[in-house]
Design a protein around this ligand. Structure first.
Ligand SMILES: COc1cc(O)cc(Nc2ccc(C(=O)Nc3ccc4c(c3)C[NH2+]CC4)cc2)c1
Length: 337
């Protein structure tokens, strides 16, 4: 196992759990608390001119505090690498959870998960961000089967707000909206809605609405906006999917309409909402556990935490201890912290 000096004494690296373009994601243990984390390791040289994206993503993740958005705990930068220490979603990819045999979810189960995606995206858009790469691989589950959106490497926060146009073509074609694959100016919020329509279709059907091995055929299918409606889809499901997979982005349902849509609220008391979690809730048990080990006063630890850029080892230790407490586990910490 290649040893990274920057992680020595802080994290023990274990197996690789994900890999993409210029990054690989490894399971790791946060030594001070024994908690599992995921570490996204990026080599600066292979990042090339994608380097600024890392800073954009880190900046976004420091702001995005939501129960269905995977949490960033720590960022470590060396001359050669970036390390992003991220919440470990032990349930893996949502679509692996659906399993091969039944390969699709019931309407009720799809609704449970889809409401969580809508809540995360509505929150994202409310802060002026668009994800732009919503696809099954970027939807994970934690140990309690709560959904977590990951990989904000392509997320955009247009400087003039979410309603100003973007142009960069990005994301995977299979989930990409017609206006995006045509290279037109587009609204991030509108392409996210399209991708969510593809996700919902995949949950309910077990296969993709637009799929083809040849990229030209795939584009032709997407631009036609025509897809199969299997017999098991309820008319309510069909109506919602049609509203999301509208070729004309101006005719597409908006995130606000989605939160209140009858399919979304069926069986639930309320429309989808979101709470912008305040940065840190102060927890005296966690602070006293940390002060017992590092010898600093709890008040000093808290002051430094609040003042910090919220991506250092102290922050990761605090947040992981807080997670343990919220799960009703003992607050243990090893002296090496
Ligand atoms: C904010 O969250 C991010 C941001 C980012 O740029 C990248 C990631 N990438 C991750 C990819 C995978 C995992 C992960 O935990 N994968 C995982 C977990 C458990 C299991 C598997 C994969 C697959 N086998 C079953 C068990 C975590 C972060 C996140």
């Amino acid at each position: 196992m290649v040893r990274y000096i920057a992680l020595k004494g802080l994290y023990d690296l274990e197996k690789t759990i994900g890999s993409g373009g210029f990054a690989k994601v490894k399971l790791a243990t946060h030594i001070a608390t024994g908690e599992k984390v995921a570490i996204k390791i990026m080599d600066k040289i292979s990042l090339g001119d994608d380097l600024p994206r890392v800073k954009l993503e880190v900046q976004a993740l420091k702001t995005l505090l939501h129960q269905h958005i995977c949490r960033l705990y720590q960022v470590i930068e060396t001359d050669s690498h970036y390390f992003m220490v991220i919440e470990y979603c032990s349930g893996g990819e949502l679509f692996d959870h659906i399993g091969i045999e039944k390969n699709r979810l019931s309407e009720t189960e799809s609704r449970k998960f889809f409401r969580q995606i809508v809540s995360a995206v509505a929150y994202l858009h409310s802060l002026g961000y668009a994800h732009r790469d919503l696809k099954p691989e970027n939807v994970l589950l934690d140990r309690e089967e709560n959904l977590k959106l990951i990989d904000f490497g392509l997320c955009a926060k247009p400087k003039n707000g979410i309603d100003s146009h973007l142009q960069t073509s990005c994301g995977s074609p299979t989930y990409a909206a017609p206006e995006l694959i045509l290279g037109k100016k587009y609204l991030g919020s509108e392409v996210d809605i399209w991708s969510m329509g593809v996700l919902l279709y995949a949950l309910l059907c077990g296969f993709l609405p637009f799929d083809d091995n040849s990229i030209e055929n795939l584009y032709r299918k997407i631009l036609s906006g025509k897809y199969d409606e299997p017999s098991w889809l309820s008319s309510s499901s069909k109506r919602l999917i049609r509203a999301m997979l509208q070729i004309d982005p101006k005719k597409r349902i908006t995130i606000q309409e989605l939160c209140n849509h009858p399919w979304i609220t069926a069986g639930f008391l309320n429309p989808v909402s979101f709470v912008h979690k305040t940065n840190f809730e102060k927890d005296d048990d966690v602070l006293s556990t940390m002060s017992a080990i590092c010898g600093e006063h709890a008040s000093d630890i808290w002051r430094k935490l609040v003042k910090s850029d919220r991506t250092d080892y102290r922050t990761a230790t605090y947040l992981l201890l807080l997670d343990r407490k919220l799960r009703g586990l003992s607050l243990r910490i090893s002296p090496s912290a």
